[in-house]
Each structure stands twice: as C-alpha cells, then as structure tokens.
Design a protein around this ligand. Sequence first.
Ligand code: SAM
Length: 238
Amino acid sequence: MDFFLVRPDQIHEHVIVLGGEEYKHLSRVLRKKAGDHVFVTDGRGMMYDAIIRSFSRSEAECTIVAAYERWNEPRLEVTVAVSLLRNPSRFDTMIEKTTELGVTTIIPLLCERTVPKHEKHARLERIAVSALKQCGRSILPTIFVLTKFDTLVRSADRFSLKLVAHEQTEQSQFLGSLLQHHKDAASVLLVVGPEGGLTPEEIELATENGFIPVSLGPRRLRSETAAISGVSWIVGGM
Ligand code: SAM
C-alpha cells in the first residue's frame, strides 16, 4: 500500500488534489492510473481511501471513498525528548524509528553535556515525513525547536506520566514494570540524555519536577537506542 501526505488545504469536501513531489511520486515513480486507489493522510489524524479520477500536467485529482480517524495511531500520546547527538545521523535514526513507532511529538534537547548546539530543523521534518509515509500513520509528529533541558522539565505538567531514562539501575525502576501501574496514562513524556549522560543535577531537577527515573535494562544503550527502546515499551506496553 502506498501512502501520500497532503496539507489539509488540499482536501476540499470529497476531493483531494495531489501536487508537487507527491504528484511526481504517484505518476512517475508508481505510474498510477485513473481508477487506482491511493491512501492519503492530512498528517493530523485522518487517512482517506481515494480513487484517482484525473491527471493534469502537475496534479492528480482524487475522490474520497472512505475516511478513517486516527488510522494506525497508538491509543496514547507519546512525546520523546532526546539530547542532540554528536553524530547527526544517529539523531536522524532516532527521528525515523520513533516516528514509525508512533510518537506524536519529538523534542530535540540541549542538556548540560550536549555537544552540538545546533539542529537542522527542516531536515528532521523531512525524515519524519518520509517515515510517516513509509509506515502508514496518520499523525505527522511535531518536531520542536531545540529546547533547554531545564525549560522542558519545568514546563511539562500537561503530561500524565513524565519519565527520565537513567542508566543507574539502583535509582531507576525498570520501564516495563513501571508501565504496568500506569495503564490509564493518556500522555507520556520520555526524556533521554546525551552520550555523556545526564548530570546528577539534571536528574535531581527532573525528579523534583515529578519525573520518574526509569531503567531500560542493565546494558548502557546509546541515546538513540534508549529512545527507540523506551518508545517501543511505552507504545506496546499500554
Ligand atoms: N555516559 C553515560 C555513562 O557512562 O553512564 C551513558 C549515557 S547513555 C550512552 C545516553 C543516555 O541514554 C542516558 O543519558 C540515558 O538517558 C539513556 N540510557 C542509556 N542506557 C540506558 C539504560 N540502560 N536505562 C535507562 N536509560 C539509558
């Protein structure tokens, strides 16, 4: 099944107009014809089953035959906040995989030990778009601008469950066990630190602000692995 993403203003009543890159992919790469079905999402939770009616030189007009709300979306809202990483491709991997797993928001974090202090926002959004189309979700994750660790932990009250991944297992409960006691949480925030780890002061600030330190097992994972593993537990375990 091939999935396409359009802006909400490309949907008019029962008609969807596919233009730009989506049109090129549909017509030149996939060589779709009038009468073929396509699945189109607005990235805000709606997925449409539509039939291609006609092609012009730059657009394809499709008629909606069925609409599905929250197509392929997890029950709960998951936000992952991860420190920028020395190697940007590792951060890209984190964006791609956590999008596939079902996060609704990704927050690039600036922690005490974060090495790079910049992020290529447009590039991160392109990775999320591509992952969304690959896996057939209907909510495109929102990617925040770079946010300071302390700003985030002090302003996270809207989440029903706030978690900070912390590899020191004597201070942390195993995530899988903790989730058993929070099955009714509607929104979860998971924070993951940089290569050098979170400082004791950052862990203290997080716990003072209601975050629970969680372990992802006895092995020390790379930050992107910790984010992917944590999101997988949260989405699958609740
Ligand atoms: N430099 C740190 C050290 O030597 O202790 C390790 C940091 S780890 C590579 C990067 C981040 O991934 C950590 O800040 C933590 O948020 C998360 N992490 C890695 N392994 C983890 C585990 N087993 N349990 C919980 N979080 C983990």
